[in-house]
Design a protein around this ligand. Structure first.
Ligand code: HEM
Length: 368
């Protein structure tokens, strides 16, 4: 009894503080929008609005009327927004030729005011070939703004067409732009396109017509979603055995669970490497792995981005699993007894919780 009280005094505050920290962090994170195509605004007139350009000049929507326009909302630090900006720049010559103008709306002033100065410097170093307008609260109503990235297509008659939320592949942007330019997508000869993420809109997997093709491993395209199943399955199974040990300590079960944990840690290595590679897959012509690594290091702590949040959770899972393996090696049989046994089980369950959280965010990136 006395022992139990000691445990409560030591671990309970830690446990609650940890839980609270995680809940606060997760709650505060406003992830980038998950991709979807919306027709909700279609046919509605674009209300007039005023704002300022990046260099402080007044901007009025009156200057937009009479021509088809694309209004793209982006945050300066959002990786998927940067990808979309690159795609819009790729499309720029084609859009200009068809009379479609692009306006960029920088959302930093309302989303993360502390990054506005940095955004100005960044855009001064790498100017965009489009006018950049500052987001003001009034634009929330004008566009039914939900978040970023978001791309609104407005026809020459001043009414909304399709709206694209979240990152959208370049082909989807082109197709929707052609709609407002008054032409069908089929009528165009597509210029060499930038890479489209596998599973993107309009892509047909090779096994659609020949199901057995699914048995042949694809080249290095999205191996991460495949490999994640190994650490997930191993860690879940190990957690079941750790919980069983709590009820009935047993040497052999303990040994087996250690093997499972070791295998999970090993399988996390290719999982992370392929994750980094997949994160870089759409970021340019260089090696996807180095693109991904560079992008991830540059944006690691942008909690507003789903990819960054996912990576932090993934690293936390790895850290917890690796730490537990080291703990087991150090503690030996003591792990089966007393306070250590309870503490180890709690940390195991915490790792599982973080794993599920990370998987949830990862699924959001995959199924955009
Ligand atoms: C730390 C480096 C990591 C990076 C850069 C990363 C990156 C990604 C990316 C880009 C996706 C979207 C799918 C794709 O394009 O592959 C994804 C999905 C996912 N990731 Fe990660 N990931 C990392 C670590 C992890 C870890 C450690 C786990 C769990 C063991 C994990 C579990 C998942 C899951 C479950 C999905 C969703 C798969 C699906 O729904 O199809 N990731 N990750």
């Amino acid at each position: 009894m006395a022992r139990q009280n000691t445990w409560s005094r030591r671990w309970r505050p830690l446990f609650f503080a940890g839980t609270l920290a995680i809940v606060l962090t997760v709650d505060g994170a406003d992830a980038a929008l998950i991709s979807s195509v919306s027709q909700e605004l279609r046919g509605r007139p674009l209300p007039s609005f005023q704002s300022q350009t990046l260099d402080g000049q007044p901007f009025s929507s009156q200057s937009l009327f009479g021509k088809p326009i694309i209004v793209n909302f982006f945050a300066s630090w959002c990786p998927v927004c940067s990808m979309e900006l690159k795609d819009l720049q790729t499309l720029q010559p084609e859009l200009r030729q068809r009379g479609v103008s692009v306006i960029e709306v920088l959302v930093d002033p309302v989303e993360t005011p502390d990054t506005v100065d940095e955004a100005r410097q960044q855009l001064a170093r790498n100017p965009l070939p489009f006018p950049v307008v500052m987001m003001v609260p009034a634009l929330r109503d004008v566009f039914g703004y939900e978040g970023f990235p978001a791309t609104y297509f407005v026809k020459a008659d001043g009414t909304f067409s399709t709206t694209l939320f979240g990152y959208q592949p370049v082909d989807q942007l082109r197709e929707t732009a052609l709609e407002i330019a008054g032409e069908g997508a089929a009528a165009t000869t597509a210029p060499p396109s930038s890479p489209v993420p596998s599973g993107g809109v309009g892509r047909h997997p090779p096994w659609e017509k020949r199901p057995l093709l699914a048995l042949i491993p694809a080249p290095w395209a999205q191996w991460h979603p495949l490999l994640v199943h190994f650490p997930i399955a191993l860690l879940v199974l190990e957690a079941v055995f750790v919980c069983a040990l709590l009820v009935r300590p047993n040497e052999r079960v303990a040994q087996f669970s250690t093997w499972l944990l070791g295998a999970a840690v090993v399988s996390l290595v290719p999982t992370i490497l392929t994750g980094i590679r997949d994160a870089g897959a759409d970021l340019g012509p260089d090696s996807p792995f180095w693109n991904g690594l560079h992008d991830r290091l540059a944006h690691l702590f942008r909690l507003e981005s789903s990819v960054s949040l996912h990576v932090l959770f993934g690293l936390a899972v790895t850290l917890i699993a690796g730490g537990r393996l080291a703990w087991r090696a150090w503690a030996g049989d003591r792990i089966l007894r007393g306070g250590q046994r309870i503490a180890f089980t709690l940390v195991t369950l915490l790792g599982l919780w973080v794993l599920f959280g990370g998987g949830q965010v990862g699924g959001g990136i995959s199924h955009r």
